[in-house]
Ligand binder design. Structure first.
Ligand code: PHE
Length: 458
């Protein structure tokens, strides 16, 4: 099944190419914006503990499985599934993996647009204005301005994808990623040393069983899929570009460690700041998506050089968001190219139209469309819930079943060991894919659906 007829499939130059691209896809708004607000909302230290546990077990098994599946078949998800059969189960499994990024990309770009807006305001020197409590709420309900910045962000992503400057992105990543780490460290240290911030550090790092709820597990699992870019076919595609002599085990471990380290640093920037500026007020802790946009500006406003820090911070967040958006777009575009045999131009155009259509719903959802809700949620929250809590578990389940029932764990293990080194964590992998992953996924799916049925208020 190796190799492809006709067109030569492009491949990464080596391990670094894969790690950089996979890390570029993994590290994004999920780490800096989504992880801290979920951790703040769903239990602090206990959320962190559950999250790390899931990443090292379930997440690890999935990241290895998808990469190996891609490298074995040299195909994107729809093709990879079809390589093993043509029944509805195979096309269903392939397509659900392929559709998820197409649904995430539009709302992801709306948040990318928020980041652009904040960056523009810092450039104008509006350091104090952004730190006001009401700024964010007024902005996201403004409609026109949100739509404008969403379009700016989307256009940037689409242009890059259309030109296919994958190489450029890889090269920029080499500089931006270390910079991101450095800046995150500086801000985290500053944030942790504010008066009152230590309570936040303790809340974030010390697991307290009384803060545990079932939602801790559900949200940590959704976050794990989201942050590692798994259960949506992206790593199948990246795996298909990976050479045989690269160690899948090592490369995926690097991606995982890097992604988790950035998330933890983001938690250390944001959660202590919530305690320093609001005394750990439960309402602020539960602020949800707005958390980063409310607390970071307060930190910057309290620094003498806040304007510059604000610019730097949002440039780097923007960069992290763009590399992730590009991997989402690329995955959509390549599905259209591969499955419908469209030209890159046509595929990019259709993806662009889908983006604008679906993204506009999310962009206006907190403003002019606030009265319209789907199962009790604004559009943006709805798309986030639909993909993370419903579709990704299904996609993960499909991949587990494909591997256990059809391909066989041994064949995957053989692929993982193709570089010559033994598959060291095979026993964990085997156990995870066969028992733990399907079990967890089923539980998550039922709890998400259950919560929706308890919530219906259209
Ligand atoms: N993993 C990215 C992040 O953490 C988001 C993303 C999701 C990217 C799905 C690609 C696919 O921000």
């Amino acid at each position: 099944m190796d190799g492809e007829k006709g067109k030569q499939r492009s491949s990464f130059s080596g391990k670094l190419g894969f790690v950089l691209s996979a890390a570029g896809s993994a590290v994004g708004l999920g780490n800096i914006w989504r992880f801290p607000y979920l951790a703040a909302k769903y239990g602090g230290g206990i959320f962190l503990l559950v999250y790390i546990f899931l990443v090292l077990t379930f997440g690890y098994a999935m990241i290895v499985a998808e990469t190996a599946l891609g490298r074995m078949t040299r195909k994107s998800p729809v093709g990879a599934y079809a390589a093993y059969g043509h029944g509805w189960q195979f096309s269903g499994g392939g397509w659900i993996n392929a559709i998820i990024p197409i649904l995430i990309c539009p709302y992801y770009s709306v948040i990318g647009g928020w980041v652009c807006k904040y960056l523009a305001e810092y450039m104008k020197g509006n350091v104090q204005g952004l730190a006001a409590d009401t700024y964010f709420g007024e902005f996201i309900s403004s409609g026109v301005s949100v739509e404008f910045w969403f379009l700016v962000f989307s256009l940037a992503g689409l242009v890059i994808i259309y030109m296919g400057v994958q190489n450029g992105i890889e090269r920029v990543s080499r500089i931006m990623m270390p910079l991101l780490v450095l800046l995150a460290l500086i801000i985290a240290v500053y944030s942790m040393t504010r008066p009152g911030a230590m309570a936040g550090v303790a809340y974030f790092l010390i697991p307290r069983p009384e803060n545990f709820s079932w939602m801790t597990v559900v949200s940590a699992m959704g976050q794990m899929f989201y942050s590692l870019s798994i259960a949506m076919g992206i790593l199948v595609t990246f795996g298909s570009y990976m050479k045989k002599d690269v160690s899948i085990e090592q490369a995926t471990t690097h991606v995982e460690l890097f992604d988790t380290a950035i998330a933890i640093m983001a938690g250390l920037m944001i959660i202590p700041a919530v305690f320093a500026f609001s005394g750990g007020d439960p309402a602020t802790l539960k602020a949800g998506p707005s958390l980063m946009f409310i607390t970071m500006p307060k930190i910057f406003a309290s620094m003498g050089i806040g304007g510059i820090m604000g610019i730097l911070f949002f440039v780097l967040v923007l960069f992290a968001a763009l590399t992730s958006a590009i991997s989402l777009l690329e995955s959509g575009v390549s599905t259209f190219e591969d499955e419908f045999h469209w030209s890159r131009q046509k595929a990019t155009l259709v993806m662009g139209l889908l983006m604008v259509g679906l993204g506009t719903l999310s962009a206006l959802g907190y403003g002019p469309l606030a009265a319209v809700t789907v199962i009790g949620m604004q559009f943006l929250d709805f798309f986030d819930f639909l993909t993370n809590s419903c579709m990704m578990p299904l996609a993960a389940m499909a991949t587990c079943l494909l591997i256990v029932r059809v391909i066989g764990i041994d064949r995957i293990a053989e692929e993982v060991a193709a570089d010559g080194a033994p598959f060291r964590r095979k026993v964990i992998f085997d156990f995870m894919i066969k028992y733990i992953c399907p079990f967890f996924v089923a539980v998550i799916l039922f709890s998400s659906l259950g919560s929706v049925f308890g919530l219906i208020s259209i």
